[in-house]
Write a new protein. Structure first.
Length: 94
């Protein structure tokens, strides 16, 4: 699990990486895929319990390097992008 800090990211941002180098979730073997998504859900529940977001955003990546990961963004009522996507080029969360 990683944390990229708060500048340009919401408080509580975390990510989960697959242990196997794949680009897409469907490329994981069935059991590994189930464990991966369960890890994502446990992480999301933990973040929800800690930060009480109004919504959890999930963002999957693997296109820049072949290593599947899911970023979790707990959204709050006072974040600057309520009602829309997070734009890290202009967001500065503290």
């Amino acid at each position: 699990m990683g944390n990229r800090g708060t500048q340009g990211r919401p408080a509580g941002l975390r990510y989960r990486r697959a242990k196997r180098h794949v680009v897409e979730p469907f490329q994981l073997p069935r059991r590994e895929r189930a464990r991966f998504w369960e890890d994502v859900m446990v992480t999301a529940r933990t973040l929800a319990d800690l930060f009480h977001p109004i919504k959890m955003n999930y963002e999957t990546h693997g296109n820049t390097i072949p290593h599947l990961r899911v970023h979790l963004y707990p959204r709050s009522v006072d974040d600057p992008f309520v009602g829309g996507p997070i734009d890290p080029r202009i967001a500065f969360f503290t």
